[in-house]
Design a protein around this ligand. Structure first.
Ligand SMILES: Nc1ncnc2c1ncn2[C@@H]1O[C@H](COP(=O)(O)OP(=O)(O)OP(=O)(O)O)[C@@H](O)[C@H]1O
Ligand SMILES: [Mg+2]
Length: 355
């Protein structure tokens, strides 16, 4: 189970959490780009995929199986739908956790039509027997359907029409190599750059009928943690603020004021992130300090600090995990407007708090 799944409820409640919450699911369908042309950023994956799909279309055949990996909210589901649209093919959507038995998968596979796209979300969470059935289906477009039980059971081979499997995973490392190897193309989704997120915000604002200035869009983009889902969510909260407190136009000022209300700072850190940094800097002189001690100081569970707050702080270069404990970087001091101590290694607390 991934950190996101474990801390799912908690992460989803955060305004800057990358997992989808109920409102996201309701509006995302309307905000999804419909073709590759409309899909913003991910230049490399987009170009590679464009070639794969164009070549398949030119051959009049079915595209190779595609694996999309990357953090939540970066556009895996969106791209899978685009693949089907670009191929002019219908799409069937299911997920690893929904396939508990090989029979569940056999039922889906045997009802596919030629060229159909099968989207298997969270493919790393599929059961073992289903996985083995999938190997054969991907490679030979064939499954063995087992009829009966015990000694009398027989396997009936069933031919499948050629189809394209699109697998999505937030944890590519958890996929068994035989499964990974059966994908003809793997696209690794990266976090987005601020100018790309700015385009996401402007595009979404257009679809939602919200007026946004270039600076307003940039302000939201800078706080979105490289993630379009978060950019869209922040846009909706800023829009609410603009409607209630001003003339409805999203400017830099309304964005800044709205996100101050929601405690999301210029770098996209929220209350929890800043509480962790604050404790690390002010109580432990920048570390190193053990995770347990740090968590007690923040008043949060160990898991919450480790899985919800730290990944982004590490990614942003604000915090480092070392064998001796958590250490703040000079950027962390700078971000909270504090002076780093003269000895750059931290406050010499390691004897007391390390480990
Ligand atoms: N490249 C993009 N351009 C514009 N909008 C995007 C892009 N990528 C994602 N989005 C927006 O972000 C939202 C989330 O994307 P999506 O659902 O595809 O993410 P995901 O990678 O499948 O996330 P999860 O891992 O949680 O399933 C979509 O509704 C879409 O509007
Ligand atoms: Mg998805």
């Amino acid at each position: 189970m991934s950190a996101n799944e474990q801390a799912g409820g908690e992460a989803a409640e955060r305004l800057v959490g990358a997992a989808a919450d109920g409102e996201d699911l309701a509006v995302e369908a309307a905000l999804r780009p419909k073709d590759l042309e409309e899909f913003i950023g991910q230049t490399r994956v987009r170009e590679q995929l464009d070639l794969v799909l164009r070549a398949a279309r030119a051959r009049g055949g079915t595209a190779d199986h595609v694996l999309l990996s990357g953090s939540p909210g970066l556009g895996k589901t969106t791209l899978s739908m685009i693949i089907a649209a670009e191929m002019g093919a219908p799409i069937r959507i299911t997920s690893g956790p929904a396939i508990q038995h090989a029979g569940d998968l056999a039922a889906i596979l045997s009802s596919l039509t030629e060229g159909e796209v099968l989207f298997l979300d969270e493919i790393h969470r599929m059961s073992r027997p289903a996985e083995e059935m999938l190997y054969m289906a991907m490679e030979d477009f064939r499954v063995d359907v087992v009829v009966g039980k015990g000694p009398g059971a027989t396997a009936i081979p069933l031919e499948l029409p050629p189809f394209t499997l699109v697998g999505a995973t937030t944890r590519a490392g958890l996929l068994p190599p035989p499964l990974r190897d059966r994908f003809g193309f793997t696209g690794h989704m990266e976090f987005y750059e601020p100018p790309e997120l700015e385009r996401v915000v402007r595009r979404s604002a257009g679809l939602l009928g919200v007026e946004v200035t270039a600076e307003g869009a940039a302000e939201i983009a800078g706080r979105s943690r490289g993630t379009p889902r978060i950019a869209n969510r922040l846009l909706r909260r800023v829009r609410d603020y603009a409607q209630v407190r001003s003339d409805g136009v999203v400017t830099r000022e309304t964005a800044t004021r709205a996100l101050a209300v929601y405690e999301v700072d210029e770098r996209g850190l929220d209350r929890l992130d800043r509480a962790v940094l604050n404790a690390l800097l002010k109580l432990f002189g920048g570390g190193p300090v053990g995770l347990s001690t740090l968590s007690v100081a923040v008043g949060e569970e160990r898991e919450t600090v480790e899985e919800v707050a730290e990944p982004f702080l590490v990614r942003e270069g604000l915090l480092a995990r070392t064998p001796r404990g958590r250490v703040a970087t000079p950027a962390a001091w700078h971000h909270l407007g504090l002076q780093p101590p003269r000895s750059s290694a931290g406050g010499g607390q390691d004897g007391l708090f390390g480990g």
